[in-house]
Write a protein that binds this ligand. Structure first.
Ligand code: 6PG
Length: 469
């Protein structure tokens, strides 16, 4: 039977996505480099196997598909994608569509889309979020590439995507690298969300002396309020879990050294390049890097002999909740600011409200607040989310908590880099007259760079010529 769509790469995400596609009634042909993986996949697919065509070569995969073909790549990001494109291209017709659903760097996607366009072929770069569970039962999907190509496969993506109410969390974000860029920023926000939660856990554990089970209770309670989200929910679950090997709380036996595949770092890099700094995300990336320097931190502990001190107990749990809320708003404001800057720079016309809508379900950063963010972002590209009336109100109520937490943590020697970055961003963005006048004076002093004055137009220099060294 000719299949509707093909999929290459039956790793965890590819296999889950293929089953999701088959479950939604599409005929799918699958190929994996190692044929035994394909055989085992189909053997484990149960009733869905009837809609899955296993292929032991790319030639067989291409032959199994109804033209014009559509083939999803679910191979590791980077060189494996280029290799697969190189192997597939000679086998395909010009109007066959290749769709990279991995976590590609958007620069690679732009390059691959341009190369495909030169051959007259369509190419889509599609961000898929939600981990294995999402891929299997409903991810959030961020498409990028020619709109006509997206429209060809939109019925498949709409069918397999998560639902917010009845609305599928799948959408076309813009041309070439737009989909992968949006997914990258999603992951950057994911890094910051996770880091701020980890910092709050640090205050609960080291400042208030809570056990993992007590931490779990706090997060479970918060998940019933304005912080309600997937990441808060799983934090409660992981804090409650016990190690089957030792019976100890799972959190207590996990090394405090975090890994990363790169998407958070890409977000920070692009933010700096585009002049739309995402300081909370940058702090989160740096925190992961520093967490990996375990031996160095142990040496620091030995040299300084400083340990965390208790934080004031009074109202602290409520302040921590407010801190997460305010930190989250500031961080998302930065993320949307980056999306707006990229949209302008690359001429993508990114649908900022539409992005928030796609993130409402299925993805790792899904939360109750994203529905309100979608409404706020509809008001115009480039607007700062912190200034949207609803979020300004939330910030007015919660910024005191963020400030109290950052101050208490600093005095107690508990690091809160992402929360501190979020607070500094908030404080910067409500300060009408900052201190860059000092920078301008210094620049003019040593480099005659000139400056603007507050009281007259034009470029000016200071009276420090005679002091030059
Ligand atoms: C998702 C996740 C997923 C994955 C990333 C991040 O949206 O489903 O972001 O893509 O968790 O690979 O992984 P790192 O933390 O290793 O960068």
């Amino acid at each position: 039977m000719a299949a509707d769509i093909g999929l290459v790469g039956l790793g965890t995400m590819g296999a889950a996505l293929a089953l999701n596609i088959a479950e939604k009634g599409f005929e799918i042909a699958v190929y994996n480099r190692t044929t035994s993986v394909t055989t085992a996949f189909v053997a484990g697919a149960g009733d869905l196997a009837a809609r899955i065509t296993p292929c032991d070569s790319l030639e067989a995969l291409v032959a199994a598909l109804t033209p014009p073909r559509a083939i999803i790549l679910m191979v590791p990001a980077g060189a494996p994608v280029d290799e697969m494109i190189d192997r597939l291209t000679p086998l395909l017709d010009t109007d066959d569509l290749v769709i990279d659903c991995g976590n590609a760097n958007f620069h690679d996607t732009v390059r691959r889309a341009a190369a495909a366009a030169e051959r007259g072929a369509p190419y889509l770069g599609v961000g898929v979020s939600g981990g294995e569970e999402g891929a299997r039962h409903g991810p959030a999907i961020m498409g990028g590439g020619p709109k006509a190509a997206w429209d060809r496969v939109a019925p498949v993506f709409d069918a397999i995507a998560a639902r917010f109410g009845t609305t599928p969390c799948a959408g076309w974000m813009g041309p070439d690298g737009a989909g992968h860029f949006v997914k990258t920023v999603h992951n950057g926000i994911e890094y910051a969300d996770m880091q701020m939660i980890a910092e709050v856990y640090g205050v609960l554990r080291d400042g208030l002396g809570l056990t993992p089970l007590q931490v779990a209770d706090v997060f479970d309670r918060w998940n019933g309020g304005p912080l309600k989200s997937y990441l808060i929910e799983i934090t409660g679950i992981v804090a409650r879990a016990l190690d089957p090997k030792t019976g100890k709380p799972m959190l207590d036996v996990i090394k405090d050294s975090a890994g990363q595949k790169g998407t958070g770092r890409w977000t920070a890099i692009e933010a700096l390049m585009l002049g739309a700094p995402d300081t909370a995300i940058e702090a989160a990336v740096a925190a992961r890097n520093l967490s990996a320097r375990v031996a160095e931190r142990v040496e620091g502990a030995r040299i300084f002999g400083l340990s965390p001190e208790p934080v004031p107990v009074d109202g602290m749990v409520d302040k921590l909740e407010a801190a997460l809320l305010a930190g989250k708003i500031a961080c998302y404001a930065q993320g949307f600011g980056l999306l707006a800057a990229a949209s302008k720079e690359f001429g993508w016309s990114l649908p900022l409200g539409g992005i928030a809508r796609v993130w409402r379900a299925g993805c790792i950063i899904r939360s109750a607040m994203l529905d309100d963010m979608a409404a706020a972002m509809e008001t115009g590209e480039g607007a700062n989310l912190m200034f949207a009336p609803q979020f300004a109100e939330k910030l007015k109520r919660s910024e005191g908590g963020l400030r109290a937490v950052v101050a208490a943590a600093a005095l107690a020697r508990i690091p809160t880099p992402a929360l501190s970055a979020a607070l500094a961003y908030f404080d910067t963005m409500h300060t009408a007259r900052g201190t860059a006048n000092m920078l301008q004076a210094q620049r003019d002093f040593f480099g005659a760079h000139g400056f603007e004055r507050v009281d007259m137009a034009g470029a000016h220099h200071g009276p420090w010529g005679s002091h030059e060294q």
